[in-house]
Write a protein of this length. Sequence first.
Length: 145
Amino acid sequence: MKDLYHPTIIRHSKSPSNFREDPPDDREVVTLEAYNPLCGDEFTLYLYMQGELIEKVQFSGYGCAVSKAMTSLLTERLEGKRILESKVLLSDLRKMLIDNGESPRTLLDEFVPFMEVRNYPERMTCVTLSIDALVDYFEPNKDRL
């Protein structure tokens, strides 16, 4: 398990980017729920949209180090991206984490520490929790990208 807790994962878990305690007051925010009934991890993601542009992403909730760190990194990477760019990022990320370990378009270096989760299949839902919530929002008619 020591290999699973890379310094990047620990850092983002202890001091997550874009984490907020209270839900936003703004009614223009898209709110997504990410819940894993197997372990109890539960996050709410807040997308501040301007048309096709994701201006800002924040989240609240609780979860294990892996799910919290992944959600933290996702909020950083999605800010300033258009929806199409976000879909590509999410698809590449799932391929990198679940398939053969490489993204077909771009190797996402900051997400490489999460690849260790493949050695712990029971933790895969931790690493994909927020990814899947975003995929479900951006691609409602597809199971996964």
